[in-house]
Design a protein. Sequence first.
Length: 215
Amino acid sequence: MIGDHDRLPPVLIGIVGYSPVIDAYPLGPTLMAALQSKVAGRDDVMVENMTWGPIHVVQRFQDEGAVRPRRVVLIGAAATSRVPGRVRGFRWTGGDLPAAAMQERIYEAVTGVVDIENTLVIGSHFKVWPDEIFSVEVDLPADTFGNMVIADSLARKGEGAATDHGFSPQAVITELAELAATFAIADGATTAEAKSAADCAKVESFTRNRIAVDA
């Protein structure tokens, strides 16, 4: 990061979640390369593969002497799937959750669940985010990665996976990179839709108990 204390810290673009090595997967290495290309030559923008969980993210910025970015752009899979392949951008406004709901999210994070909304909410709870933070979210059905592995093994690489999900992986990658770069580099106000903790999807319970009683 920038070492001159008279200047603001740089902008951080982070891909949140697991980043598998399949090129066609929208959050994989092809997206990383596209992002790096978009911000090439700018020493004020960093691109990182943030495969760590929300608690690790918090600890990273809480470390003594850590320099926090002045703007953060997080990219990841949307918490709910309604329109496969849709890319949306948000301006994060933070907000508090009831104690029980917050504990559920922290429990998920501790147990290894990596989720962009958890990262946003938990980061706000521990006050590690700067005033300017955005999220770029892509709607990926739960079986997207598995189906792309199958497509890859059958040599249907790249756009071959499009027929399985009704969207073009390459088009999604291009849209993700363009929107993230816009949020990262833009100096003025953005028209991104506001999103707060109250707008996030509810955490699903890990366990469901069912008691069977013999007649």
